[in-house]
Design a protein around this ligand. Structure first.
Ligand SMILES: C[S@@+](CC[C@H](N)C(=O)[O-])C[C@H]1O[C@@H](n2cnc3c(N)ncnc32)[C@H](O)[C@@H]1O
Length: 236
């Protein structure tokens, strides 16, 4: 995808860090319920992108951030210099260490086939201590999938961007399509238009619960958060 590669520098204008404050607050409450005792928890985030979500979570948790895209990692290093950053694929990463929790936020939507979802959940399980928590936040499950169009974007000091995202069902059962058009205003005033098309995954809740069990998690819980299904499961 151009957005995670040649166009990565536009990510902070497309989806600024401050837009992640509410999601981070909700996730922090799942990771550490009010009143829970203990020291600073260690969190591994897979598919951490530009580190916008992590920029909030790092205030409360020790974050290790992993992404496939070197350019997205560069953005995140600038925003979150105090966090550890690693390049890796969430389906195959093996660090040989464990964490108190593993978080996969919107990046889990890039898993299109059930075997990719399972591979990612196995990665998460392999990096959790016994009793550690896996938290997974797909953009859509099959049950909450809503086709539609979103527009957004912001202005920076010397440039600006706007985008239109068109989400619609895919041809195959668990996949859906997202087409993104970016309107990029460069520092010299020139405006260019770019397009990205991607196939993403929207698995059923049953498929999620099955894959979590296969990956070695205990009983999974599904929480509804702002129209999204969030899956929580402990490593057994
Ligand atoms: C929407 S962005 C995540 C943005 C992030 N939540 C933030 O706060 O900036 C999705 C990210 O998933 C990453 N990604 C996609 N497939 C991946 C994989 N197999 N392993 C690791 N990262 C992956 C992409 O490189 C991209 O940075």
């Amino acid at each position: 995808m151009k957005l995670y590669d040649d166009l990565a520098e536009w990510w902070p204008l497309m989806s600024p860090p401050e837009e992640y404050a509410d999601d981070a607050e909700r996730i922090a409450r799942l990771l550490r319920p009010e009143g829970a005792a203990g020291g600073r928890m260690s969190i591994l985030e897979l598919g951490s992108g530009g580190g916008h979500l992590a920029s909030h979570l790092k205030r409360r948790f020790d974050m290790t951030l992993v992404d496939l895209s070197p350019r997205m990692l560069d953005l995140s290093r600038r925003l979150n210099p105090q966090c550890r950053h690693l390049c890796g694929d969430m389906r195959s990463l093996r660090l040989g260490e464990t964490f108190d929790a593993v978080l996969v936020f919107d990046a889990i939507s890039h898993m299109v086939e059930e075997h990719d979802l399972l591979a990612t959940l196995r990665t998460a399980r392999a990096h959790l201590r016994a009793g550690g928590l896996g938290v997974f936040c797909p953009d859509f499950t099959a049950e909450c999938f809503v086709p539609g169009t979103t527009v957004g974007g912001t202005d920076g000091a010397d440039r600006g961007m706007r985008y239109l995202e068109w989400v619609r069902p895919g041809i195959a059962g668990t996949a859906y399509r997202a087409d993104l058009v970016y309107v990029l205003r460069h520092p010299d005033g020139e405006v260019r238009i770019e397009h990205d098309g991607m196939t993403l995954g929207a698995f059923s809740r049953t498929a999620w619960v099955r894959a979590l069990a296969q990956a070695g998690f205990g009983q999974a819980a599904v929480e509804r958060q702002s129209g999204r299904d969030v899956f929580l499961a402990e490593a057994v």
